[in-house]
Ligand binder design. Structure first.
Ligand code: ADP
Ligand code: MG
Length: 274
């Protein structure tokens, strides 16, 4: 009889290793119908140079969704030397930039809200999300009103050359490695959509090291790398600001967590660059 072990507990659910090559996720706040768009999105993902999760059965326990996936294996990115880890990280973002998103990516909610509606353009949809989340986060974004106004006005006008599949949360804990190459990218859905790959780059640069003593150096280094690859620097700043505004209070509506502090720090830092 395989033993079941808790291997991850995040904001959205608890992940258990079922001991038979599969994992299950018990969702805290989602019913089976709320998980179906994510399953459709994962089913639709195009081939990538690393594995991605697939949701099998969707069950339920007391009305809450319980999903089962194949266990994806690998070692943490942290085990690699820094220059190799950065190369892998950039490579994952660029691989997603080669994709073409399908209809399920536009049907997926972003931050649990409808995103692609009313024929909005990418920039308009993101600007609208920024507006809604800024309103939902008052009074914790007090003092940033002008910045938010400025950011939404500029976002609305962005017309990317192409849309790609956006993961939206490319960070070391969500990457599994096989030696020096990426083996799997986990944890889709929070900010996943069809969008601008430069948005992915702007977020990922900030996520490589969010809270360590080297965070700022690594963030700048990755932004430089992405800029050299053709991503517009100013647009990356706009996207980072959009992320900071939209997620400032996403994990704690009372703004009492480290994520909020990170977002506000980013906004202060970006204020004179935007
Ligand atoms: N399909 C999977 N295969 C192997 N490990 C997984 C899988 N899904 C999740 N995990 C593990 O559980 C952790 C948390 O799951 P994740 O999907 O990242 O949710 P969250 O970060 O929102 O809690 C992951 O970092 C990983 O260690
Ligand atoms: Mg995760």
């Amino acid at each position: 009889m395989p033993t079941v072990e808790l291997i991850g507990q995040g904001m959205e659910g608890a992940v258990y290793d079922l001991g038979d090559g599969r994992v299950s996720k018990t969702w805290f706040d989602r019913r089976p119908d709320d998980v179906r768009p994510l399953k459709a999105f994962l089913d639709e993902l195009p081939p990538l140079p690393f594995r991605t999760p697939r949701i099998g059965e969707i069950g339920q326990q007391n009305g809450q969704a319980v999903t089962v996936e194949d266990k994806l294996t690998g070692t943490p990115l942290q085990d690699l030397p820094e220059d190799q880890a950065l190369d892998v990280f950039v490579g994952v973002v660029e691989a997603l930039g080669q994709t073409t998103p399908g209809p399920a990516s536009k049907a997926l909610p972003v931050l649990n809200q409808p995103f692609w509606y009313d024929d909005l353009s990418w920039g308009e949809a993101l600007a609208a999300l920024v507006r809604r989340r800024a309103a939902e986060s008052q009074p914790h974004l007090h003092g940033f009103e002008d910045l938010i106004e400025h950011v939404t006005a500029q976002l609305r006008t962005i017309e990317p050359d192409k849309l790609s599949v956006v993961h939206g949360d490319i960070c070391p804990p969500n990457l599994l490695m096989d030696g020096p190459r990426a083996a799997a990218l986990l944890d889709w859905g929070f900010y996943s959509t069809a969008g601008d790959n430069t948005f992915e780059a702007a977020l990922a640069a900030g996520f490589f090291d969010m809270y360590g003593p080297e965070a700022r150096r690594l963030d700048d280094l990755l932004l430089d790398r992405f800029e050299q690859l053709g991503h517009d620097r100013h647009r990356m700043y706009l996207y980072r600001a959009a992320y900071a505004i939209t997620t400032a209070t996403i994990y704690d509506e009372n703004a009492g967590d480290g994520h909020y502090v990170w977002c506000v720090d980013n906004l202060k830092r970006l204020a004179d660059r935007l």
